[in-house]
Each structure stands twice: as structure tokens, then as C-alpha cells.
Design a protein around this ligand. Sequence first.
Ligand code: NAP
Length: 332
Amino acid sequence: MNRQIRLAARPVGEVKPENWDITSEPVGEPGPGHFLGRTRVVSLDPAMRGWLDDRPSYLPPVALGEVMRAGSVIEVIASNHPEYQPGDHVVGTFGVQEYVISDGRGAMKIDTSLAPPSTYLGALGMPGMTAYFGLLDVGALRDGETVVVSGAAGAVGTIVGQIAKVKGCRVIGIAGGPAKCALLTDELGFDAAIDYRAEDVRKALRRHAPDGIDVYFDNVGGEILDAALTRLAMHARVVVCGAISQYNNATPVKGPSNYLSLLVNRARMEGIVVFDYAKRYPQAGQDIAAWIGTGQLKVKEHVVSGTVDDFPETLQMLFRGENVGKLVLELA
Ligand code: NAP
């Protein structure tokens, strides 16, 4: 049987157990041109919260009753597809379920001798691509600039900060708690870290970025975004990558009150949707793999072992700040 997680009801505010259904159906047979795979690792992403709302976005909402959308790595166990053989590992948007039948569209074979499957959902996957193009393209980073990144100890944030270090920048990370801040400075080479739960972020930014911020990479929105806006340097770039502090809002998101700083500093604020860069993923993948190889980029992953039944609880870890690096659910 194929166990699956389906959306039972749209959440209002925080996602609750009753928003999900756990269902089972017989594992099908792959038809001509299809392969059957068993799910190995499922990606947990903050964006999943947005996909549960019935409102227009860059992807359609997950429909009620539908298998929850998720990136995952599967291992092929039977195939009628000429390009996929049993034993191959494949990454794609296969949903939160134990078994998958695919015709290969939107899927990509991966080489697990180069990196473990989880890394193709993290540094070499969507979060890595987001960090790379968000920082270098949207952020138009120049060597030696001052970069601030929020959500700094997460999947995207850890890579943003380390790429900025590769580019010779001064990097300040904002994260929750002393352990995450110590990780940033002691292990990942950030120049400074701000614990937003314990410190006044605005004052700390004044101390750590006395000449202002050239690139602010925003993963969290809300008050931290407002604080960063007060410290922009002339011609700064604000990369709007995400706003996890706002995703569980039951009321509409309020925009930043300090936006006139963009005017005063001739700065700009621009969003990124990583999928727009799909054609250039190979370039980013090569660069990131090379930096991993030289030790300039350390991969941080938070692997939870369990079954698809653990998906709802594991997803909540993102909103409680319980993950360090890329959060994945590894299926037994
Ligand atoms: P992540 O950072 O690995 O995990 C989420 C982290 O957010 C938590 O660990 C927590 O860290 C922090 N957080 C949770 N609630 C918070 C709050 N109220 N205030 C401040 N921080 C809070 O997740 P990720 O996958 O790397 O994603 C990071 C951001 O990038 C998200 O906003 C996501 O939506 C966005 N994203 C955008 C794109 C795109 O194409 N635009 C692609 C991928 C990801 P602390 O312990 O530090 O609070």
C-alpha cells in the first residue's frame, strides 16, 4: 500500500493535525513510458504553508484532497521508461507519499556517489539555487560588500552567507538563539551573528554594519525586515526571498513601515522566485559543488527519520525554528 499525506482542510493561521488526512491506496503498476519509485527523502519547505491557502501565487494552491506537494528523492524500483532503471535516484516534485509513478517529466536523475540524496534537496537543490541566484543576480552582489541575511541558520540562509564569504564580503547573519549564532560564526565563517530573540536587531546592525548594509537577503519579513531597512547603505539591494514570520498570519501581511529608506538611499527591493532560473541551475550546481569540494561551503542538513505520517509534525519544526540547515524527512 502507498501511504500519502493529503490536504483535508485549509488552515487558518498555524497548520494543525486536522488539516491533514493520512490515506492509503494500492501501489500501482508503471504503464508504458513510466517508472515506479519508492520515496527516500522528502523536503520540508516554508513555502508549503503558502501552497495551502486558496489564493493566487507563483504556483496554484494544493487542492483539497490532493496529495501534499513536496520535492523529494525517490529510488526507481520498476521501470518501463528507457532512461530510468531500477536503482536510479531521481529528484522531482513527487509529493508526500511512499510510492510514486512518473513519466519523468520535471524529474532529474541524480548521482548519489557525489552527494547524498538529501543534498539534492538542499545545497544542490532548490534552496541552494535560491541562495545563489537571489544573492548574485537579484542582489547583484559585488566583492567586498556588507551582506546581512535573516533566517541565517536555515537551508537558504546558511548558503547565502557562505557564498557571500566566498565573494569576499562581510557577512552578518540573523538567527534565533545562541546555538545557531555560534554555528554561523564558529563553523560557517560569518563575521557576526545577531540573535534576534535576545538582542535589539536595529542596535546590533548599527554595531556590526557601521557603514550600512549593501545587500539585505530577507528570509523572514516583519520586524527584522523593518530593522534592516533602517540600516541600508547607498544603492543597497533588498532581496525579498521569503517572509516566514508572516506565513501563519490569519490577517493580511502589513508592509514594512521603513520603506522610505529605499528612497533616501536610492536602494531597491526585488523579489525572487527560484523557478525563473531553472535553465541556469546547472551553472549554479557546478559552482556550489565546487565550493563544497574545496571546503568553502559547508552543507548543513537536519535529517528527521520517520514515515510519511511524521510529515505534519516535521513541517511545524520550520515555524518553531527547530531546524538547523535544510530540513528533510528521511523515510525508513
Ligand atoms: P529555513 O530557514 O531552513 O527554516 C525556517 C527558519 O525560519 C526556522 O529555522 C527559523 O529559524 C526561522 N523562523 C521561523 N519563524 C520565524 C519568525 N517568526 N521570525 C524569524 N525567523 C523565523 O527555511 P528555508 O527553506 O531556508 O527558507 C527560508 C526562506 O526562504 C523562507 O521564507 C522561504 O519561504 C524562502 N524561500 C523562497 C524561495 C523563493 O524562490 N523565493 C525559495 C526557497 C525558500 P530561527 O530559529 O532563526 O528563527
